[in-house]
Design a protein. Structure first.
Length: 250
């Protein structure tokens, strides 16, 4: 793959739930080592977009390619093995298991690799999230909301992803915790992980993203550099206006 080729390329993506088209001809790209943000109101199809890319919901049309190779009907497990991991809005942790055991499950795609590699990955996650190291023996179900989000991110990192799909990582978190989580997202980019970010906090997302698009009623209505979208009057009015609350997204 050349340095100029997108790591993820979505062309004309269509997803239907029965007779309802949730996505209609959506196209976007994620370049290597960059953060691409997807903004949009509640019900726009943002979560459906990530789910379709990850292989959780079937695609009715269009093309999704990762590292130049079409994903076709690849399963979630296949995509994780290729280096594409989803951190869902629900986080989907195993509350009755410890932090360390949840992280260990994230390394399942690497089960044929050496134990030393898995131990190195675990140590790296603990360096990124020192709070998880402090709580390694604590049950995941007893963690705070911010700690659960850290654990969900850390578990995804245990599979050595090249691309992370992040669905509303700040949802339900206090502002200080949101800032901490988004700083980690920026640090992951610095470490070479590409990121497709769906985020309810449009202002914060545009501050850390390189590229962005706006999804409305299943279609991309605006796309370009994040800095350009942050100064676009339509984005300012709908998502960045003073005194307005950003829609939580879907």
């Amino acid at each position: 793959m050349s340095a100029l080729s997108p790591l993820l390329e979505v062309e004309g993506l269509v997803v239907r739930y029965g007779k309802v088209e949730a996505l209609r001809g959506v196209s976007l790209r994620v370049e290597p080592g960059r953060i691409a943000a997807v903004l949009g109101p509640n019900g726009a199809g943002k979560t459906t977009l990530l789910s379709a890319i990850a292989g959780l919901v079937p695609r009715a049309g269009g093309r999704v390619a990762f590292d130049g190779a079409p994903l076709g009907r690849a399963t979630v497990e296949d995509n994780v093995a290729r280096g594409l991991s989803l951190v869902p809005e629900t986080r989907e942790l195993f509350g009755g298991m410890s932090v360390a055991d949840n992280l260990g499950l994230g390394a399942f795609p690497l089960r044929r690799e050496s134990p030393r590699l898995r131990a190195e990955l675990l140590a790296e996650v603990y360096r990124i999230f020192p709070r998880l190291a402090e709580r390694r023996d604590q049950l995941a179900g007893t963690l705070s909301g911010g700690e659960r989000q850290m654990l969900a991110l850390g578990r995804a990192l245990m599979s050595r992803p090249r691309l992370l799909l992040l669905d509303e990582p700040s949802l339900g978190l206090a502002p200080l915790v949101v800032r901490e989580i988004l700083q980690v997202v920026v640090e992951l980019r610095r470490r070479g992980v590409s990121i497709l970010l769906v985020e309810q906090n449009a202002r914060a997302a545009l501050q850390i993203a390189d590229d962005a698009c706006v999804l409305e009623t299943g279609e991309v209505v605006l796309a370009g550099p994040a800095r350009a979208l942050a100064s676009d009057p339509r984005v300012i009015e709908s998502y960045l206006g003073l005194g307005r609350r950003t829609d939580p997204g879907a």
